[in-house]
Design a protein around this ligand. Structure first.
Ligand SMILES: Cc1cc2nc3c(=O)[nH]c(=O)nc-3n(C[C@H](O)[C@H](O)[C@H](O)COP(=O)(O)OP(=O)(O)OC[C@H]3O[C@@H](n4cnc5c(N)ncnc54)[C@H](O)[C@@H]3O)c2cc1C
Length: 475
């Protein structure tokens, strides 16, 4: 009997008869892809070029029935399962060498109900899919800042974007979540159904099942908004002005500022190429007119290298940074929360930026607060959220021979920022999940034990473990 070797939950391999896979395949509306199939190489590719994983099977689902069959098939045979949404997980968790991948990337439908101001989103959708449909009604879900990112991974671990201070994290806007459990059962979680599970899904990661649908509340915005994007030289006084503004900024202002190196690109004056910069970027979550007035001071902190600020469609704001993150580049990202942003912090950031081995790399400063702070521990495991700043350290580079150098730079940055750090870590920027158990405990703090209880209830055998894993045995 011909068999295929697939990684199992015991840490070894199971020989699965091909006839069983054929039977599974014949039931699907989607496609079962294996190494010999022509689409295998395209289907297995992850966004982060650091990973070149070759799963045994990729099951491309087109609906809930496929997901149920996929989970039951893997569960009955104790196979190790990875879940793939937008494949943008920086730690490459959407796949596994020799594993069984449940791939939702073809499930991208988005249905807006303008009357109830809600939207139902299939779990393989990318952020741009949601923006396209919701903006047709002048409505929006607050998501992340790059339109090709998957909604599933982003939401399940929080989700921060331009609108976070006005309307919270992406997970704060959830109304309900539909998922297939480790037992292969479809259930719906909301504030009134499986409410403990719903709480856990608002930040607890892909630990509890394969999500097939998210339902989000919608907010009114756009289609035109004011977007600020000013690139300054990396002068300390400009970061000081940034810091002062950040202390008192209105909730409508969602700033994402970053240090980096001016690209050798015709869009920028040649005299500045390869010199360090500080970008002040912000989207105003209100009328474009108000945004223009409120964001104007950010454009007057010095003589800019270039100022791309303008009124523009919200859908364009959401794509503004896309080109900076091509598929296949090498990426390693970590995060540090900051308790304060002092002159010493500024000196440290500027020095660390100048030490970056790659000119594609940035150190990002996310101002937190606003609506994000009004979410209690009863509502989301990602609470409390008192820290005023989050730093995202992004090493982005092209050549594999530069891997060690770039990874070391990120780790040096984390160490350099340690004196200013607040407790916690943001699991959407998790490095490669080194020291995963400790990382997860640090991320959830006092909510960790409650997450363990929910995991024990819905996935006591840790069937879903290729994620920011909450081990049901953890104490
Ligand atoms: C270019 C880029 C920009 C980013 N910008 C932001 C940003 O602005 N804000 C922010 O908060 N984060 C941002 N991120 C981080 C991003 O949120 C995470 O990388 C996230 O994991 C991506 O989700 P995905 O669906 O594409 O992940 P995938 O790689 O497809 O999946 C990652 C993990 O998510 C879980 N998962 C995925 N789908 C499901 C499902 N259907 N059911 C259950 N679990 C599932 C699984 O655990 C899986 O291992 C960005 C990442 C990139 C690469």
């Amino acid at each position: 009997m011909e068999t295929i070797s697939i990684a199992n939950l015991r840490g070894s391999q199971s020989a699965i008869p091909i006839t069983e896979l054929d039977t599974l395949s014949s039931r699907l509306r989607g496609t079962l892809i294996r190494a010999e199939d022509i689409s295998f190489d395209e289907a297995r590719r992850l966004w982060n070029g650091m990973f070149d994983k070759r799963p045994a099977v990729i099951l491309r689902c087109t609906g809930v029935a496929d997901v149920i069959d996929a989970v039951r098939f893997a569960r009955e045979r104790n196979l190790l399962v990875a879940i793939r949404g937008g494949a943008h997980n920086v730690a490459g968790l959407a796949s596994y060498d020799g594993g069984f991948v449940i791939d939702l990337s073809q499930m991208r439908a988005v249905h807006v109900d303008p009357n109830s101001r809600t939207v139902r989103v299939e779990a393989g959708a990318q952020l741009g899919d949601i923006d396209r449909e919701t903006q047709a009604f002048g409505l929006v879900v607050p998501t992340g800042v790059v339109s090709e990112t998957g909604i599933a991974g982003l939401t399940l671990n929080g989700g921060v974007g331009w609108l976070r201070r006005k309307w919270g994290m992406t997970c704060d806007n959830l109304v309900s979540v539909e998922l297939v459990t480790a037992e292969g059962q479809w259930i719906k979680a909301s504030k009134t159904e499986h409410s403990d599970l719903f709480w856990a899904l608002r930040g607890g990661g892909g630990n509890f099942g394969v999500v097939t649908n998210f339902e989000f509340e919608l907010q009114p915005l756009g289609p035109e908004v004011m977007f600020c994007f000013v690139m300054y030289p990396d002068h300390k006084d400009i970061l000081q002005k940034f810091s002062q503004f950040a202390q008192n900024e209105p909730e409508e202002v969602g700033m994402l500022s970053f240090t980096g190196t001016v690209p050798a690109d015709e869009s920028f004056p040649e005299v500045w190429w390869y010199k360090p910069f500080f970008v002040v970027a912000a989207c105003y979550a209100g009328s474009a007119e108000d945004g223009e007035r409120v964001l104007q001071p950010l454009r007057e902190w010095g003589t800019p290298i270039i100022d791309f600020s303008d009124r523009m469609p919200y859908t364009e704001v959401q794509k503004f940074l896309d080109a900076d993150y091509p598929k296949g580049r090498h990426y390693y990202w970590k995060s540090v929360y900051l308790k304060e942003f002092t002159d010493e912090t500024i000196d440290t950031l500027l020095t660390l930026n100048r030490q970056a081995p790659s000119h594609h790399s940035t150190i990002d400063i996310w101002t937190m607060g606003g609506a994000m702070n009004r979410v209690s521990s009863d509502e989301s495991p990602l609470s409390p959220r008192e820290t005023p700043f989050m730093i995202g350290i992004e090493a982005n580079w092209d050549e594999a021979k530069e891997n060690d150098h770039n990874i070391a730079w990120v780790r040096d940055c984390v160490e350099g920022l340690a004196p200013f750090a607040a407790p916690g870590i943001y699991l959407n920027f998790p490095g490669f999940m080194e020291d995963a158990d400790q990382l997860v405990k640090t991320a959830y703090g006092n909510n960790f034990q409650r997450l363990v209880k929910v995991k024990q209830q819905y996935d006591p055998d840790n069937f879903f473990r290729l994620n920011q894993n909450i081990n049901p045995q953890a104490v």
